[in-house]
Design a protein around this ligand. Structure first.
Ligand code: DLL
Length: 432
């Protein structure tokens, strides 16, 4: 179902006209109200009036996460705190958290956008939606919660953790749609298997997953094990939270809500804008945000944009499923290793789960890679010989399909602790 047909199915010229008007007003607002942007624009000798077409946006400076950290906590807000009615922040795993604020209007837009996400994923007012994202400063749960209520679905604000209770609620309250990270969905499937609960006995039919990269093989695994249809949705807390883009029933790219955000793809090295279809880093400019507008924000996520029409009727550009972040790619002895490649390998190996952590280090000047992988319950109590077989198998596949040598360390089920319900897949000790 399409939640907002008028805005999701506009003619392209109309979308672009609307974007241009909103961009002009956003640039004017940040120039007037955010000293960071005033200084940056002045230094480059550009003024907001120079925006005559969308192509002119490329002349404006990029904003990076480090810039937000320097303005911690409220330095980049375009309005005084008295206008701000909600504050969220990132988890701050990689440094100081970044803080984001919303006015009442921002919250209304946010609910509209997450309602689009839920509708695109098949949720209607007849659904019982279990939200297994963490409620708190993390944007995931609250953002999706309000969209689900707007649609009129019955919302179960479960938050993360307590898998036994999540499954009990699913059984007793007849949950039909689950919203969580894809890795948590797999953990639920594994728990049910262990406890002898048949997922077919549940009322669950839809899974709307996001907040971390997941491959097509992971989608298949989740769909097959939970007997549901799974769609992907994407968002970034600094830009809004969930509600930036989402897959429709065709599962062929995520429709990006261009009436609220302008996407660009840049080469992460040269920082030049790349043509449609090219793969690179996604950069987003907000068009309607009042409290915390962002110009050309570098997401670090690697994707590409497809402007071809989609059979669902939405005219919004589709971004390809994000399979990794530029800062999650680790280079081992010159070879790029993407977490998604490791995930695909693990899905082919019997006895392990695609729950892993890659640890890069440097020993006596040479790069090393350690791969911690969770085994399943059955294998955990197995003989050492079998465990060795599994490690060797993974190490071989790593060499053959990725081209790197790594040391595999099998670890107990559920021993790799997530942060905000999200797996920490990469640790690069060489950066210290
Ligand atoms: O993760 C917002 C969100 C919550 C999106 C719930 C979807 C569902 P942050 O904590 O700021 O915000 O993390 C943003 O997570 O730059 C990506 O690297 C990654 N990410 C988010 N969604 C996806 C996705 C929320 N569907 C960072 N696929 C982003 C791949 C994703 N990566």
């Amino acid at each position: 179902m399409i939640w907002d047909r008028r805005n999701e199915c506009r003619a392209r010229e109309e979308v672009e006209q609307l974007q241009l008007e909103r961009l002009q007003s956003t640039l004017n607002r940040v120039y007037r109200n955010v000293s960071f942007y005033k200084k940056r624009f002045d230094r480059l000798g550009i003024t907001p009036d120079e925006i005559q077409s969308l192509g002119d946006l490329a002349q404006f400076p990029l904003t990076a996460k480090e810039d937000l950290r320097e303005s911690y906590p409220y330095g980049m807000f375009a309005l005084p705190l008295r206008e701000v009615v909600r504050i969220h922040s990132s988890s701050g795993v990689t440094g100081k958290p970044t803080v984001t604020g919303y006015t009442r209007n921002d919250l209304q837009h946010w609910s509209q956008l997450t309602a689009r996400v839920l509708s695109a994923g098949g949720v209607t007012k007849d659904d019982v939606v279990q939200i297994a994202f963490k409620y708190g400063l993390f944007t995931g749960a609250f953002g999706l919660h309000h969209g689900a209520e707007l649609i009129g679905a019955s919302v179960l604000p479960m938050s993360t953790g307590n898998t036994r209770k999540q499954v009990m609620i699913m059984q007793d309250y007849k949950t039909t749609a689950l919203m969580s990270t894809p890795s948590y969905a797999l953990l639920l499937a594994r728990f049910m298997e262990k406890e002898g609960i048949d997922p077919k006995s549940l009322s669950l039919k839809l899974g709307l997953f996001g907040a971390e990269p997941w491959s097509e093989s992971m989608r298949k695994e989740i769909e097959d094990r939970l007997f549901i249809s799974a769609t992907d949705n994407y968002g970034v807390s600094e830009v809004m939270g969930p509600g930036v883009s989402a897959e429709c029933e065709h599962k062929n790219g995520l429709h990006l809500y261009e009436d609220h955000f302008i996407p660009e793809i840049i080469d992460p090295q040269t920082l030049k804008v790349l043509p449609p279809g090219a793969e690179g880093e996604l950069v987003l400019t907000t068009l309607t945000k009042e409290a915390f507008p962002l110009v050309r924000y570098r997401t670090r996520d690697i994707t590409s944009l497809d402007y071809a029409p989609c059979p669902c009727g939405r005219t919004l550009v589709r971004m390809k499923k994000v399979l990794g972040r530029s800062d999650d790619i680790i280079i081992i002895k010159g070879v790029n290793v993407f977490p998604s490649q490791v995930e695909s390998i693990l899905l082919e190996v019997e006895g392990v789960e695609p729950r892993y952590q890659m640890i890069a280090d440097r020993v006596e000047g040479a790069d090393t890679l350690e791969l911690k992988v969770e085994v399943n319950e059955r294998v955990f109590s197995d003989e050492i010989k079998n465990l060795q077989n599994i490690s060797t198998q993974i190490e071989m596949k790593l060499r053959e399909s990725v081209g790197v040598s790594g040391k595999v360390k099998l670890v107990a089920p559920e021993s790799l602790q997530p942060v905000d319900g999200r797996a920490v897949k990469v640790i690069d000790r060489r950066k210290k």
